[in-house]
Design a protein around this ligand. Sequence first.
Ligand SMILES: [Zn+2]
Ligand SMILES: [Zn+2]
Length: 298
Amino acid sequence: MKVIFGGVRGSNPVSGPQYSQFGGDTTSVLVCGAAGERIVIDAGTGVRNLQRHLGAATEPLTLLLTHLHHDHLMGLTAFAPLYQKQRRLTIAGPVAAGGQSDTLANLSRYMGAPFWPIELSAAGAQLTTHDVSWYDGTWLADTDREFLAVGSLEVRACAVNHPDGCLAWRIDEPASGAALVFATDLEWGRTNAEQRSRFVNFCRQLRPLSWLVMDGQFTQAQYEAHAGWGHSTLTEVANVGAAVGAGEILATHHNPDNDDETLRKHAAELQALVVGQGSDAPASCAQQGQELAWPADD
Ligand SMILES: [Zn+2]
Ligand SMILES: [Zn+2]
């Protein structure tokens, strides 16, 4: 399994030479299975950087949405597969309980007049949507469903604490033993004991994580001024990553105010915090364009 980061910036895209190392595009990540499966997580502006990896229009593609805040959708209207008539595109996204909305309706509001000239329904791709509850991570049309199969990959969701709700996604490749948890836009500081144990169990199930990618937007000092904004600290990323035994730990959703120099310091700080937790896992801040592979020599 391979993971490619198209964008790792939080809240708003940024550009300039001071962002050239970690990148300025907002959240979008591609997961490729060994058998050619392709799953994109979130459609921030970074989705454009992934386009050359998305295969021919005749190949199926899955898009998982953590939540619908703008920074995670800004790239959707320019997402080429949406406009490919032969493309079978499966989209899974979070919805509130009570059936007040669904993923198709939410995205149709986002993509259509007066916000965009092409309606989602007229874009062209053959869409299938799945709704996942942001309260408990269940698949709403099929609450007994344990995971969504994408080829040989298994996709699972866990609800996490964030304003308006958010999902962490887990992707397993049983044949290779690869496992990723991608948990952006998660405020660990306001996550109660029950939610914490649910998330830890989500990370620990089945097999050890190859990678935990977790929201680490703030230093402890920055968090004090932004409690309730829905994001976690580097300390929390280190603590959770070590507690779940992740093989590699990466912070994401970098604050737009943090330039490369700052993020290099954060990466070193995160590694020191992880070592302080007794873990020997490599730890760093995710970089736009970075690729991870499992097995490592894949
Ligand atoms: Zn965000
Ligand atoms: Zn958000």
